[in-house]
Design a protein around this ligand. Structure first.
Ligand SMILES: [Zn+2]
Length: 63
């Protein structure tokens, strides 16, 4: 779309464009979600969403 887009990436967890985070096997997880994932309890409903997103990374890693 725009010509001078900054080098931001779209987080696979929150689907927002973020500046800082982790690139894992071509997938991007922003630092906010990374922190959230670590802090989220397994009984938290959000945890399942995180697992689903991490699956994408595993699949990318295996392909
Ligand atoms: Zn995120």
């Amino acid at each position: 779309m725009e010509g001078n887009r900054p080098a931001w990436d779209t987080c696979i967890v929150c689907t927002q464009a973020k500046r800082y985070g982790l690139h894992i096997f071509g997938k991007f997880v922003c630092e906010d979600c990374e922190r959230e994932m670590v802090a989220t309890d397994v009984s938290d409903p959000r945890y399942r969403h995180y697992i689903e997103c991490m699956k994408e990374i595993w699949l990318a890693a295996l392909s």
